[in-house]
Design a binder for this molecule. Structure first.
Ligand code: GLN
Length: 295
């Protein structure tokens, strides 16, 4: 953007820049143009978004404008704001994110509390397909006495999750779903696996389609590919009475319920998210005293 008129440089305030940037993003249909512009300018200036908004009349220096314009050019190519800033807030955590991991979604923030209400006494817990490590790291707070593990098939993703665990409170394992885990070695398995159908993949917003890892999103023709591998493995690795809790969507919910039953889980439940959508599915490995009794 050229901010000069003839040879005279105009004074550009923070508010002016945000308005201009937001309208340029809106024109090319970038998602959340105004919020994006505010977050990028705040980041360029090293201030919080609220500080930016309370002082909109402060005039920007040429250097500040150059930095902000550089970030804006990335956003104009639909790069998600979280990848540009390099972090995303998740519950009370500020997590590093790179294009090797899915950007944590708000609905996923509900998994840790749901897990602890389903299986409050778990001692050995796995977050399968951990990505940024968001679920595993949140579980650390809720289960101070438990051993928390996170696995991912992608070494690059594990690099991000390890970086997010400065205090080394989670055990990070490279594993294709639960292949690396032993029978009866866990009390709770949680996962946000890829679950988008091919049709849903074809209609994704460009900021997801162009930048987020397809391997963390693509669930095959019916969206169920990952669950077909994950659920029987989770059953094998859970001790009797252990719980599995997975994220899904209204599209895959009925299919996941069927797969939970096929894998041997009982007490299957569908849990709605805060938006009222069928989002989470859980089941229990029957305890040995009541084999196969479905309640
Ligand atoms: N909820 C994500 C989305 O809408 C999908 C996450 C997933 O496949 N696990 O993009």
């Amino acid at each position: 953007m050229d901010w000069t008129v003839g040879t005279k440089r105009l004074d550009i305030s923070r508010g002016d820049w945000v308005r201009s940037a937001a309208s340029r993003l809106a024109e090319i249909r970038v998602e959340s143009p105004r919020l994006s512009a505010e977050l990028l300018l705040a980041f360029a200036l090293g201030v919080s978004r609220s500080q930016l908004l309370i002082h909109p009349d402060v005039v920007l220096t040429p250097d500040e404008i150059e930095i902000a314009e550089g970030l804006l050019a990335r956003r104009a190519r639909h790069e998600p704001v979280a990848y540009i800033l390099g972090f995303k807030e998740f519950r009370n955590l500020s997590l590093r994110v790179t294009p090797a991991v899915l950007i944590p979604r708000p609905e996923t923030e509900e998994i840790p509390d749901l897990a602890s209400s389903l299986q409050p006494s778990a001692r050995r817990i796995l977050d399968a397909g951990t990505g940024s490590g968001c679920i595993a790291l949140s579980l650390v707070e809720l289960y101070p006495e438990a051993r928390i593990l996170g696995c991912d098939v992608s070494g690059e993703a594990l690099g991000v999750s390890v970086a997010n665990d400065a205090r080394r409170r989670v055990g990070w394992v490279c594993s294709n779903w639960l292949e690396a885990f032993a029978e009866h070695s866990l009390d709770l398995v949680v996962s946000n696996p890829p679950y988008l159908t091919d049709e849903e993949m074809d209609s994704l917003d460009p900021q997801i389609a162009l930048h987020e890892p397809a391997g963390a999103l693509r669930g095959g023709v019916d969206g169920l590919d990952a669950y077909r591998t994950l659920l029987p493995q989770a059953y094998r690795c859970l001790s009797p009475g252990g719980q599995v809790l997975v994220e899904g969507s209204p599209t895959v919910a009925a299919g996941v319920v069927a797969l939970l039953g096929e894998a041997g889980f009982v007490g299957t439940q569908i849990h709605r998210d805060l938006a009222g959508k069928e989002r989470f599915l859980s089941g229990r490995r029957p305890s040995e005293r009541s084999p196969g009794v479905i309640r």
